[in-house]
Design a protein around this ligand. Structure first.
Ligand SMILES: Nc1ncnc2c1ncn2[C@@H]1O[C@H](COP(=O)(O)OP(=O)(O)OP(=O)(O)O)[C@@H](O)[C@H]1O
Length: 471
């Protein structure tokens, strides 16, 4: 299914999003169409293809109502590289114009990780076979170091019980004995009998590259391929580590998979993936819209950030450590509450680049009830699963869930409205004691009733000062 996700119809995309996000139909439809348009564009003849640029989306709505979640889910659905940035970050002291390009660099970084993961998954079977061969070699090294040396396999299982061979036959015998040991080790590995045994393996130490060190120093744009140049001079450090066979296997599979994939190919594919299907989510874009006269220094700085962002959204080439990347066909989703400003307060050029506007609704008590129970990863399902690991069954009655939703709604009204995020803090508080005591509890089923909810949260939720800090 995932492979052909690009070909999903807008209706199917919305259905997929419905599995995770409650309501917000308009926003779901808008991103579904944007995605489908990409697919349509990919089918066009080259000449016209270059003329069709993605229509970026502006999501308007208060915090915690699903803006990021919709964008993130859609990216996951089609395995598109995705990054989220806060526009206000670029108004902070110390940021300079060029820094906005870091969002594109981060996107490429994400794309590289994504493509690498996919390619590693593609060679996993072969990597696992190679890792098994290396494990056998670690357990029974093909060359005996000395006659008194015992390999790890002998340490675990003792010698092979063949007795002392005569001098002239010794070499042959040893070879035979090693071969036999290797066959036995292979079998025991296969049967999972050695998983808990310890072996020593050499692992490469992670070293921060020069380029990584330069990042954020404002010098990264001159980095380009400096990392590659420098890394060829820097020897890779190896370190011995004692690990259980099962852990060593994971390390070895990873190492073998790395060897089997071609990093140049990964980089090339990642650059194309970022260019053709990257999604950049710019949050708090409303905070850089200036409604003032444009005279104050804050206005100037906000407008400055918009002007810095503009070329990226309009389409330009950004240099990254993996190579240059064009931003022309990336999808940009701007998001903000727009309480204090309006989209029309953005500079006209930027407004034009975000032609699709969708408004996300405030969440009601009814929405909260559904968010608690319906999504595939619903919060209540998560807590039930967590407690199950302790042998405890928690059961929420319908009216207890409604009570939780009501409390979340009330606290949002009375303090800050943080949308569905409130459900997380409320649930944490509700189950705080239970989470602590769970390992000692022998009772198998715990029923969460409205009374239980009120006992745990009633007093706090009614006290505005308290709920500000606790819920
Ligand atoms: N409509 C919804 N359905 C299901 N879960 C939701 C919904 N709205 C929000 N959530 C959950 O609430 C949390 C915050 O949502 P999200 O990150 O999408 O907020 P947002 O609207 O992007 O706000 P902000 O701009 O402040 O980041 C997430 O864990 C998300 O899963």
């Amino acid at each position: 299914m995932k492979k052909n996700a690009e070909q999903l119809t807008p209706r199917q995309i919305v259905e997929k999003l419905d599995q995770y996000i409650v309501g917000q139909k308009d926003a779901k439809r808008a991103v579904a169409v944007a995605l489908r348009n990409r697919y349509r564009r990919s089918l066009l003849a080259e000449a016209i293809k270059d003329e069709v640029i993605p229509k970026n989306i502006l999501m308007l709505g208060p915090t915690g109502v699903g803006k990021t979640e919709i964008a993130r889910r859609i990216a996951k659905l089609v395995r598109a590289p995705f990054v989220k940035v806060e526009a206000t970050k670029f108004t902070e002291v110390g940021y300079v114009g060029r820094d906005v390009e870091s969002m594109v660099r981060d996107l490429v970084e994400t794309a590289v990780r994504l493509v690498k993961e996919e390619k590693m998954a593609g060679v996993r079977e072969r990597a696992a076979e190679n890792a098994e061969i290396r494990l056998v070699e670690l357990l029974v090294p093909s060359k005996k170091k000395s006659s008194s040396y015992k390999n790890p396999f002998e340490m675990i299982f003792g010698g092979n019980g063949n007795g002392q061979p005569s001098d002239e036959d010794q070499e042959k015998q040893e070879e035979l004995s090693l071969r036999e040991q290797r066959t036995r080790a292979e079998q025991k590995l296969k049967d999972g009998e050695l998983e808990e045994e310890f072996i020593t393996i050499e692992v490469e130490e992670q070293q921060a590259s020069m380029f990584d060190m330069l990042q954020g120093s404002g010098m990264e744009h001159m980095g380009m391929n400096m990392q590659d140049a420098l890394s060829s001079f820097m020897p890779k450090k190896k370190k011995k580590r004692k690990l259980k066979v099962k852990e060593a296997r994971t390390v070895l599979i990873n190492e073998e998979a790395q060897k089997l994939i071609d990093m140049d190919e990964v980089t090339q594919d990642a650059l194309i993936r970022a260019e053709q299907s990257g999604i950049i989510f710019i949050d708090e874009i409303d905070k850089i819209a200036s409604k003032g006269s444009g005279q104050s220094s804050a206005d100037v700085s906000r407008e400055g950030v918009q002007r810095d962002i503009l070329p990226i959204v309009e389409g330009s080439t950004v240099v990254t450590k993996y190579g240059s990347v064009k931003t022309d066909y990336m999808l940009f989703i701007g998001a903000g509450a727009f309480h204090m400003s309006k989209p029309s307060d953005l500079i006209p050029e930027l407004q034009g680049r975000f032609p699709i506007r969708v408004e996300l609704k405030k969440l009601s008590t009814e929405d909260f009830v559904r968010i608690l129970i319906e999504p595939d990863n619903a919060i209540i399902k998560q807590y039930i699963a967590l407690m199950e690991t302790e042998g405890i069954q928690i059961e929420f009655s319908d009216d207890a869930i409604r009570r939780l939703a009501e409390i979340a709604f009330e606290v949002n009204q009375n303090t800050d409205n943080i949308g569905a995020r409130r459900l997380h803090t409320i649930m944490e508080k509700l189950l705080e004691d239970l989470s602590f005591e769970a390992p000692e509890i022998t009772l198998e089923t715990i029923k969460i009733t409205p009374q239980y909810v009120d006992d745990k949260l009633g007093a706090i939720s009614k006290d505005k000062d308290l709920s500000q800090f606790i819920l």
